[in-house]
Write a protein that binds this ligand. Sequence first.
Ligand SMILES: Cc1cc2nc3c(=O)[nH]c(=O)nc-3n(C[C@H](O)[C@H](O)[C@H](O)COP(=O)(O)OP(=O)(O)OC[C@H]3O[C@@H](n4cnc5c(N)ncnc54)[C@H](O)[C@@H]3O)c2cc1C
Length: 431
Amino acid sequence: MTDLTRRTFIEAAGGVTALGTLGFPSLVLGATRRVVVIGGGVGGCTAAKYLRKLDPAISVTLIESKPTYTSCFMSNEVLSGERTLDTLVFSYDGLRRYGVEVVQDTVVGVDPVAKNVQTAGGNSFGYDACIVSPGVGFKWDAIAGYGEQIANESIPHAWYAGPQTQLLRDQIEAMPEGGHVIIVAPPNPFKCPPGPYERASQIAMYCKHHKPRAKVSILDAKDAFSKQGLYTEGWTKLYGYGTDDSMIQWVSAAEGGAVEELDASTRTLIGLVEDFQADVINIIPPQKAGAIAFAADLVEGDWCPVDKRTFESSRHKGIYVLGDASSASRMPKSAYAANSQAKVAVAAIVAGFHDRAPDDPTFVNTCYSVVGEDFGISVAAVYSLDAATNMIEPIPGSGGVSPANASPEIRKREVSYAHSWFKNVINDMME
Ligand SMILES: Cc1cc2nc3c(=O)[nH]c(=O)nc-3n(C[C@H](O)[C@H](O)[C@H](O)COP(=O)(O)OP(=O)(O)OC[C@H]3O[C@@H](n4cnc5c(N)ncnc54)[C@H](O)[C@@H]3O)c2cc1C
């Protein structure tokens, strides 16, 4: 994040008061600045909390459709039975303790001129700054025969953790020994680039003990994927990858992995080269920004362009788009990235309220994946902004992936790092 700490902020505010009514009349007269945050996920919660921490005089309203937050990160562990879904559910009470007003409603529109947000419940919230962090939406028409209703009832995407995660877990448990699970992996960009491959690993981890003749296939719309070398190493060591008996099979796009159509009645996926039949199918659809980003005219193509110094929308002033919905290349769409972007946006908003220019941002991302028992891998980077290209670039030498052929101790340690990262990010965003 930027170096705007609470101390430097208070110093800045002191300077503001000294300037008198000329520069900052509203502050001197005690007017409250209002920030409305749309979406109580990683980006939205982190932003709401840090706004209140940085300047308790700011009135912060967080509007979220659901009564509680269910974390997607670690939800693949529900599929292996390593954890239950309820361990991923968190209350917004922690944010309320910071003085955030949490409203359960769905935002249906944002008026960037009148500066207000409208909800499905018929309410309107005025703002001085608006933060939008709605996550991803799905391109339901990308695979013929697939759709929202089928996803809810029988062929889950489980790419938002919740009832579909439980449905997928139940289907895997009910699958006969020797059964076949297919995961359809989406094209780039999508949320959590290593996620489909961690999912295959977690399902294989369960099957290894309970259905050792089962197969897990990944049908991919791509020819390469995140942490591929490390996954390949883990799959080879744990699941016989590369042999005829491999529990995991990865079919790249070039090998015919791209899927065009689903025949749900026979659980068959129709590919460009061949068809694939399975006992359990998990389709992770191609993705785009969440619906409110489209309704609020924040999107170009599928994602929301932003000024990467502040995460302010390139389309509408005073609106900041964070997390998965934003175009933040070359940061991945991850929880850690959303958390980091939220702090940068908050610092910029508070600086703007005090007529200060935003500082130069830095960002951080680490993404752990649990490939099997005592086998964790990770990728990490610290990023800065290349002002010339408006691209967020990894700082050379700042990160990388965990070492190849690492010792069992290192692999085991990465699993405990993954679990402690999970606790830390939840704590940082909402507790
Ligand atoms: C299986 C899986 C594993 C993952 N593992 C990791 C991991 O290990 N590490 C990592 O860093 N990331 C991981 N991720 C990615 C991570 O979950 C997302 O990148 C992150 O949640 C993005 O945060 P966000 O704020 O952009 O969106 P979200 O956290 O998805 O939050 C969006 C919120 O906005 C709400 N919302 C949307 N529209 C509206 C509206 N109109 N009105 C009101 N509310 C609205 C939604 O209900 C939701 O609560 C994983 C994802 C998946 C699917």
